[in-house]
Design a protein around this ligand. Structure first.
Ligand SMILES: C[S@@+](CC[C@H](N)C(=O)[O-])C[C@H]1O[C@@H](n2cnc3c(N)ncnc32)[C@H](O)[C@@H]1O
Ligand SMILES: [Zn+2]
Length: 399
C-alpha cells in the first residue's frame, strides 16, 4: 500500500479502513498507542463515531435536505468516510488533516471505499481550512471537531463555517481540566471554573457548552444543544447553530453557575453571565463552592434523541446495546434537574452502607420527588430532592 509504517485493515460500521497497526507502536505498557502511531486512529472511539452517524442522520431527517459535511481533524479519515457511506442525504464530505501521512492515508481510504466523487481530502491547518469555508454560500451543514484535548482552539473558525441552522459537534478529551484536576487550565480555555464533584462529567458538558455559547454570541449566533454525552475519556456535544442577535441574547440567558456544598451535598443553580458569589449553604451553613460560568440550559433535546433512537434500530452497530441504553437514558435526562447524586458517594460522605439504587429511587418517588437515572453515572440519580432528602432516602432504606 506504500506506507512507511505497519498497517492493517479494520472494519467499522459498513466501511473497511486501513489504519496503523497499533501494537507495533507500543514500546511500554504505559504507551497510549493511538498517539504513538504516525497517523491517529483510536478504536475506542468507535462509539463516538457511531453516535456521530446517528446524530447526523437524525439532523438530516429533521432538516430534510442534502448535507455538506466537514471533518477538519480527520486522522485516517474513518469518521468522514463513515458519514459519507452511512448517512443518507450526505452529498459531500471534506476531510482534512495537517499531518502529511494522515492526509495520504485518508486519501487512500477514500479511494478504497469508492468515494472519490463524494469525499475530498485536504492537508491544511484546520483553522485555515475552516476559514476558507466561512463565506455565506460556502458553509457546511455539519462540522465535526474531534481533536486531541480541547476543541476550543477550533471553535471560532468552526462556528463561522457552519451555515444557518447547521449542526456543530465538539469532542473534548481534556477531562483533567474540565473535571477540576487543573482548574486554571479550565478557566483559561473554557472561561468557567470546574469543580471536583461526583457530577463533574455533567459540569464538563456544561462548561464546554458555555464556552461554545459565548464564542457564538460574538458572531450574533445562538446555539441549541440537541445531544451530548460523556463516555470513556471524553465529553461530546452536538449543537444546532441559530443565527441572529436575539438568538445569541437568549442563549446568554442560559449561562449561570452551580453552587455546591461539600459539607452536606446541597447544590443550587443560579442564572447570570458573570458568575456568582460563593455564599453560605442554606442547609448547613458551610461556605459553598462555585462552578461556572457555564451553560445551565438543556443539554439534550428529546425529539432529537428520539430520532437518533429510531435511526439506531436499523443499524448493526457492534455496540448496539450500549448505544440504545445511553440514548434511552439521555432522552430521560432531557427535562431532568441539573446535577445528580451518586448513591455510593452520598453513602461514603455520611458513612452509611450502600443500598441498591432501586430502593433509593423508590423511596424518593414515594416522597413525591421527580426521579430519574443518568447516562453520566450508573449509580447516579437525577432528582429535585434536596440533599437532606437524598440522605434520608439512603439512610431510611437501611433503618
Ligand atoms: C483525535 S485525532 C482525530 C481522530 C478522528 N477524528 C477520528 O474520528 O478518528 C486529531 C487529529 O487532528 C490532527 N491535527 C492536529 N492539529 C491539527 C491542525 N491544526 N489542523 C489540522 N489537523 C490537525 C492530528 O494530526 C490528528 O490526526
Ligand atoms: Zn451544606
Amino acid at each position: 500500500m506504500g506506507f512507511s509504517f505497519p498497517t492493517e485493515v479494520v472494519s467499522e460500521g459498513v466501511v473497511e479502513i486501513v489504519v496503523p497497526r497499533l501494537e507495533a507502536f507500543v514500546k511500554s505498557p504505559s504507551d497510549y498507542a493511538p498517539s504513538k502511531a504516525p497517523v491517529f486512529y483510536n478504536p475506542v472511539m468507535e462509539l463516538n463515531r457511531d453516535f456521530a452517524v446517528l446524530a447526523v442522520q437524525a439532523f438530516q431527517r429533521l432538516a430534510g435536505r442534502e448535507l455538506q459535511v466537514c471533518e477538519p481533524l480527520a486522522g485516517c479519515g474513518i469518521r468522514g468516510i463513515r458519514l459519507a457511506r452511512e448517512v443518507e442525504g450526505v452529498e459531500k464530505v471534506v476531510v482534512n488533516d495537517i499531518n502529511d501521512e494522515a492526509y495520504r492515508l485518508a486519501k487512500f481510504n477514500v479511494e478504497k471505499n469508492g468515494l472519490l466523487d463524494k469525499v475530498c481530502v485536504e492537508n491544511e491547518d484546520a483553522n485555515f481550512l475552516l476559514s476558507g469555508f466561512a463565506a455565506p454560500r460556502r458553509r457546511f451543514d455539519y462540522v465535526d471537531v474531534d481533536p486531541f484535548g480541547s476543541p476550543v482552539p477550533f471553535v471560532d473558525s468552526a462556528l463561522r463555517a457552519v451555515r444557518r441552522g447547521g449542526l456543530l459537534a465538539l469532542t473534548a478529551t481534556d477531562l483533567a481540566s474540565l473535571c477540576g484536576v487543573y482548574p486554571q487550565a479550565c478557566v483559561r480555555k473554557y472561561g468557567g471554573r470546574p469543580l471536583r464533584t461526583e457530577y463533574c462529567h455533567e459540569l464538563a458538558v456544561r462548561l464546554l457548552a458555555g464556552a461554545l455559547a459565548r464564542s457564538a454570541a460574538k458572531y450574533d449566533v445562538g446555539v441549541r444543544i440537541v445531544f451530548s454525552h460523556s463516555s470513556e475519556h471524553y465529553v461530546r456535544l452536538y449543537a444546532v447553530v441559530d443565527h441572529g442577535a436575539k438568538k445569541a441574547n437568549a442563549c446568554l440567558k442560559k449561562m449561570g453557575c452551580i453552587k455546591h456544598c461539600f459539607g452536606c451535598l446541597h447544590r443550587e443553580v443560579a442564572a447570570g453571565m458573570l458568575g456568582c458569589s460563593r455564599g453560605k449553604c442554606l442547609e448547613c451553613g458551610d461556605m459553598m463552592s462555585v462552578a461556572g460560568p457555564l451553560w445551565i440550559g438543556k443539554i439534550v433535546d428529546e425529539n432529537f434523541v428520539n430520532r437518533m433512537e429510531k435511526e439506531s434500530e436499523e443499524r448493526a452497530f457492534r455496540q448496539k446495546k450500549k448505544i440504545r441504553k445511553l440514548l434511552m437514558l439521555a432522552r430521560g435526562e432531557a427535562d431532568a434537574p441539573i446535577t445528580y447524586y451518586v448513591v455510593d458517594k452520598v453513602c461514603d460522605k455520611f458513612d452509611l452502607p450502600v443500598p441498591p439504587i432501586e430502593e433509593v429511587t423508590a423511596k424518593l418517588k414515594t416522597a413525591g420527588y421527580q426521579v430519574g437515572l443518568t447516562h453520566f453515572e450508573t449509580q447516579g440519580i437525577k432528582t429535585n430532592a434536596p440533599a437532606k432528602a437524598m440522605r434520608e432516602a439512603v439512610t431510611k432504606t437501611h433503618a
